[in-house]
Design a protein around this ligand. Structure first.
Ligand SMILES: [Zn+2]
Length: 371
């Protein structure tokens, strides 16, 4: 505060002119260097906070992309193959998967549905079919897990719609139960099979009419998922992979830049402290000289102090510019990260869309045509 008070009356100009004229020629606008404390903490705080945000975002994005967002290749393969499937197996289909499906559905035929799943079926029927679909029991069936590996490695049989002895029912893989959105998607897929059956389209499978009805349900908001062609999914996946690498590199660079900024800030701050001390001493000497009317600091000494202050101001301005640039980089990074995360969410919804086409691809890739 002492220094700030002095600033209002720099160098305690004497009431009476000093004997040495040079002292009274001190420029009226000369002020002791503005203490760095006025701006230093703000920039330091900003730099630290922004760096912390950058680092946190980086860490968060890492976690997000590897765990939650499921964009690492192994997750995608898993999800890509985990399409919904349905019985579709004709009576004369002797493939291992069909035999297993037959065995499981024979066991479950006639059993009551799960009350919660039955309610969900009833709600979907009411909301999207005006209650006109037949009442069909929906059961959890953990043995569906035995079917997927018979179709393709890593394949997950999520659901099965079956008609036996004029009695239809739906089985859902028990592994879906912790994920309400996935359960809903698979149930809607199986319900479309029921709808096709109910209107006499008994051999539609996952054909165009099935796809059109599934799209109608999706657009009506029956489940969460985005229909997309395989090419669109693959294109987006490739972009996500590249963007993920780019963002990680950018994040590493920002952390390096943050470190450099901290070093620069420290140097500017230390120099500011030294100059503050220098000005305090000059003021003190000026005050003493005014009282004694002798012993003022020399012109050269004051000019040198002013030159050091100007140089310091230049450094502070450069630091300020570096900080501005850093802020802009952070803003760009945040924007790109937001775009990446939205794209990942979109991609996950694309591959979650229960069209059953992945199942067909996986089956064709792994199984020779029987008979
Ligand atoms: Zn299906």
């Amino acid at each position: 505060m002492g220094l700030r008070t002095r600033m209002e009356n720099p160098f305690n100009k004497p009431v009476s002119p000093p004997r040495e004229p040079a002292k009274s020629d001190l420029p009226a606008n000369w002020r002791p260097r503005k203490p760095p404390r006025d701006w230093g903490p703000v920039f330091v705080f900003l730099a630290a906070a922004l760096a912390l945000v950058a680092w946190w975002r980086f860490k968060n994005s890492n976690n997000f992309s590897t765990a939650t967002l499921k964009v690492n290749p192994s997750s995608v393969i898993q999800l890509g193959h985990s399409a919904v499937t349905t019985s579709g197996a004709s009576a004369d289909d002797s493939s291992p998967a069909a035999v297993k499906s037959h065995e499981i559905t024979a066991q479950d035929s006639g059993k009551p549905g799960d009350p919660t799943l039955d309610d969900e079926y009833r709600d979907i029927n009411q909301q999207f079919y005006g209650g006109k679909l037949p009442t069909v029991p929906v059961l959890w069936e953990e043995r569906l897990a035995e079917i997927g590996p018979l179709i393709a490695e890593g394949f997950i049989e999520k659901g099965l719609w079956t008609s036996r002895d004029n009695h239809e029912f739906i089985l859902l893989n028990t592994s879906l139960s912790p994920d309400a959105a996935d359960t809903r998607r698979v149930l809607c897929h199986e319900i479309v099979h029921e709808y096709m059956f109910s209107i006499g389209e008994k051999y539609e499978g996952h054909g165009p009419k099935f796809q059109a009805e599934l799209l109608r349900l999706s657009q009506a908001g029956a489940f969460e998922g985005i229909p997309a062609a395989e090419g669109e999914k693959a294109g987006l996946k490739a972009w996500l992979d590249n963007e993920s690498v780019r963002l990680e590199g950018e994040s590493a660079q920002l952390n390096n830049e943050r470190f450099d900024l901290e070093q620069e800030r420290g140097a500017v701050d230390r120099e500011g402290e030294e100059l503050n001390q220098e000005v305090r001493e000059l003021n003190q000497r000026m005050s003493t000289a005014n009282a004694q009317q002798s012993g003022w600091p020399s012109d050269q000494e004051i000019a040198a102090s002013k030159a050091r202050s100007r140089a310091h101001d230049q450094k502070a301005a450069e630091f300020n510019q570096h900080l501005t640039n850093f802020n802009a980089r952070i803003a760009n990074y945040d924007s790109a990260l937001g775009n990446y995360n939205r794209s990942v969410a979109r991609y996950n919804l694309m591959i979650a869309f229960p069209d059953g086409l992945d199942e067909a691809n996986a089956a064709h890739a792994k199984q020779p045509v029987v008979q």
